[in-house]
Write a protein that binds this ligand. Structure first.
Ligand code: SF4
Length: 332
């Protein structure tokens, strides 16, 4: 399978300065990840674990106070690897964003200009981000065709965002983000704050775009494993700025290896019968302060299985099988 994107030992920190001191929040810390063509990868973890920062790193959308510290972000374009971390923001905007990788950012639906009709929003975004010289008729024709392909009503193009439901706004945003047929779509919490039925419609739109070949792969970021399970084939679990488990989604849900993943699955999946028996489980303690993360395994202050070396030594990513990896000393 061909690679689309590879992160190699990436570190990206928030550098927060005040008058007398500065601190670094290690939001993405030594993360390596490869995304292949045809994959739908779900990235899960608690709020503040670095998921959203990772989406910005994938696009190399690095703005202060976020700083790219080290590592490589490699994208394959026409079969050739390109180090995105070496490109200027201008080149990223002209050559990569929208054409090769696109993002549906968190809370994107709240950012639609309320006084512009959807067709004006689409033409403005298209002209400013992609083809400045395109005429409006061409853009509207493209958008109309894409709306038809995705089962979105054409009349939406002539409506204002405030006339649309949350789910319709999110589907419109997904259609806009993928108008240029990028290889990779990064969707950051696209279903949060939506009711269950609307969530399913948004997931269906993502899958339609994928199955119709408009995009090759999806990174679906969510705190909700139940949503991820409906769309993803692979699950990546993040904790405190690091990847702690990576593997096929059903295999991890049936057989989670990392103690944090075990807690996460038992606390966020719809637990059905166990709920009735009053056995909802939550992760004990609180996520660590990433400006001063715990030594060794970052999960050790919350882990019931910790060994003495967990406090001092960081666990490497260990191979469970060809597709399943876990960073935990229990399996060394
Ligand atoms: Fe727990 Fe140690 Fe595994 Fe970390 S490495 S999850 S502390 S057992």
């Amino acid at each position: 399978m061909s690679h689309i994107l590879k992160l190699e030992n990436v570190r990206a920190y928030y550098v927060i300065k005040n008058r007398s001191s500065a601190k670094e929040v290690k939001a993405v810390d030594n993360v390596s990840l490869t995304i292949d063509e045809s994959e739908i990868v779900g990235i899960v973890g608690e709020s503040g674990c670095g998921k959203s920062t990772l989406t910005n790193v994938i696009l190399m959308n690095i703005k202060p106070p976020l700083r790219f510290i080290s590592g490589k972000v490699i994208l394959w374009k026409d079969g050739e690897p390109i180090e995105l971390n070496k490109l200027s923001r201008d080149s990223l905007k002209k050559e990569i964003w929208g054409r090769e990788i696109s993002i549906v950012p968190q809370f994107a639906m709240n950012a639609l200009v309320p006084t512009y009709k959807v067709k004006r929003i689409i033409t403005d975004i298209y002209k400013s981000h992609y083809e400045t010289s395109s005429d409006e008729e061409h853009i509207i024709n493209m958008a109309t065709k894409r709306f038809n392909d995705l089962g979105l009503p054409e009349k939406v193009l002539n409506m204002y965002p405030f006339e649309l439901s949350g789910g319709m706004k999110q589907r419109v945003i997904i259609a806009i983000a993928t108008l240029m047929n990028p290889k990779l779509l990064v969707a950051d919490e696209p279903t949060s704050a939506l009711d269950v039925i609307t969530q399913k419609m948004v997931l269906k739109t993502l899958l339609d775009i994928y199955h119709k070949g408009f995009i090759k792969s999806i990174i679906f970021v969510s705190h909700d494993i139940a949503s991820v399970r409906q769309i993803a084939t692979r699950l990546v679990v993040m904790y405190a700025g690091k990847i702690v488990e990576d593997g096929p989604v059903e295999e991890i849900i049936r057989n989670p290896m990392h103690p944090y993943t075990k807690y996460l699955i038992r606390s966020v999946l719809t637990p059905e019968r166990t709920t009735k028996r009053g056995e909802i489980v939550t992760v004990p303690g609180f996520p660590p302060d990433l400006s001063n993360p715990p030594s060794g395994c970052r999960f050790h202050p919350r882990c019931n299985y910790k060994l003495s070396k967990c406090v001092s030594d960081e666990p490497p990513m260990l191979r469970v099988n060809d597709k399943h990896f876990v960073a935990c000393w229990l399996y060394s």
